[in-house]
Write a protein that binds this ligand. Sequence first.
Ligand code: URA
Length: 432
Amino acid sequence: MIPLLIAKKRDGGELSRAEIEQIVLGYVRGEVPDYQVAAWLMACYLQGLSDAETLALTEIMAASGEQVDLSAIDAPTLDKHSTGGVGDKTSLVLVPLLAAGGVAIAKMSGRGLGFTGGTVDKLESIPGYRTELTAQEMLAQVQRIGCCLAGQSASLAPADKLLYALRDATATVESIPLIAASIMSKKLAGGAQHILLDVKVGAGAFMTTRERAEQLARTLARIGEGAGRRTHAVLTDMSQPLGYTVGNALEVREAIETLRPDLPSHPRFEELVCALAGQAFALCGLEPDAERGRTRAERLLRNGDALEKFRQLVQAQGGEPRVVDDLSLLPRAPIVAEWVSPQSGYVAEVAPRAVALAALQLGAGRQKKEDAIDPAVGVEVLKSIGDPVQAGEPVFRIHARTEASLQQAMATLQNALRVSEAPVPPRAVLLD
Ligand code: URA
């Protein structure tokens, strides 16, 4: 029977929900072997999936494990997902900001792998912060303070975990319907009524072209709406690192600086946070439109309410809340050195993957799932595209554990900066 279903997909046919269920749930139960599912995945990759198939696959994966029930929460519930990028610490600011504005968020995040960092790793650089919460703990905390920021529960969408590992081993990851179904299965199982998606585009993102990012955004939104959730997707720029830090504790520091009304924040990062928050407030019906949502977000940052919510969040999850006032309580690397521009002009490129590779070489990320990370190390990016720069002016500040890793990162960063003699326009963070 399964070979007939594989053949149907191979030849461009459309599988019914029941047929997709046979394959996916059969696989989860151990009744359908890897090689048949791998062949079906390749057929999906080559032939694509219809909207109906994509929605069915997503809902089947979402229902394959625990489904969080947020119906006891009075406030509008929202989940947010970013497709990830270099220096993306948006959730650290957005979650407390939205909770301060009356949105309930039970946010589950992943660990970093390869060139992108993970929110969970970043949070664990706060002394004591606990990222492993049970479903009951999450629910109780969201009822009490309006938010939680924890690791992805292993019992959520187990079919996605199995299929993802198989896709990874069979060169079938880069299929838009498979990516969209994978992302949305976890969002649907997370139980929120509203879903905000930040699809990143550019050299530092999973989707490097605008066209593919748009396709992914539309597919994600169609799944969300098809499953009865109010969903909105935005395209944002990832042609350079987001904000000015890449590395775990450094990114927590930047998130706190953004939340603190008394400290300056990186304008592109704050712009992104306020734009996403504006969309979220509008999506949840707390403001009539995104523009007024953005004004609400700016007010919550300025009056310290978002910062106070972050402090409550850290405390609720066992972390040291004094980090909010005293950034020196975050882990710090023993060696700090600057990389200076070899020439004068205007910054034309800050290659995100080169910065990410330098951070990885310093120990901020992991190349294999089992690798340990060093929370203290990373790179500060002191210039953005369009900024004027003088020869000898610092462009990167490197935080290293050892002299050898510092030298390796310095060499990698040689490939990160391109300077133009002619002025270069700054790059907008919001694309669509
Ligand atoms: N992120 C996911 O969760 N799944 C994919 O398939 C790709 C990125």
